[in-house]
Ligand binder design. Structure first.
Ligand SMILES: [Zn+2]
Length: 191
């Protein structure tokens, strides 16, 4: 879906706060979008703005503390309007092959690790007008779809790493958050 002139012209678009590792919404399974109402349309537009500002290739609603099944993806990060994909209730309906490549997450800043993902996926969902959309994605686009859909299922990419690596990273992340003076109990609860 392209970035319509209406989106570009909006003056009140907001850059939302991206929640990071330890935030409870990131580990919850998000609810399907049933009505494409003003809240959802505004959320989608703000998520696009937030994704471009970060900058990131993709963003999911749980990352901005909204537990709904909505993702935005743009491999050009706003440089090419036709690359923007806004998808409600996205589902992987087919997958093939495997590629291991480095991956990062806006909710886990500063951590980049190799993750195995399907080489090709077919993804279905709805656009903001409620029309069914289907994407045959490969390589990076397939990876971004898988990463964002994982978020909708309460899963961070850390969960795709080996148990040892995951524990080491989680410990490190908790430590750095504790040193920032954040509530320790909240993070322990998440483990
Ligand atoms: Zn992420």
């Amino acid at each position: 879906m392209s970035l319509s002139p209406k989106i570009e012209a909006r003056k009140d678009m907001a850059v939302l706060q991206i929640r990071t590792f330890g935030h409870p919404t990131l580990t919850k399974k998000a609810q399907p979008v049933r009505d494409i109402d003003a809240f959802i349309v505004e959320l989608a537009r703000d998520m696009v703005e937030t994704m471009y500002c970060a900058p990131g290739l993709g963003l999911s609603a749980p990352q901005v503390d909204v537990s709904r099944r909505l993702i935005t993806v743009d491999l050009s990060v706003g440089k090419n309007g036709k690359d923007l994909i806004i998808l409600l209730n996205p589902e992987i309906v087919g997958l093939e092959g495997e590629i291991t490549a480095e991956e990062g997450c806006l909710s886990v800043p500063g951590v980049f690790e190799k993750v195995s993902r399907p080489a090709r996926v077919e993804v279905k969902g709805l656009d903001l007008k409620g029309r069914e959309r289907s994407y045959a994605a490969e390589d990076i686009l397939a990876r971004v779809f898988c990463h964002e859909i994982d978020h909708l299922n309460g899963k961070l990419f850390l969960e795709r790493l080996s148990p040892l690596k995951r524990q080491l990273l989680k410990r490190k992340l908790r430590k750095s958050q504790e040193s920032l003076g954040l509530n320790e109990d909240r993070f322990l609860r998440q483990s």
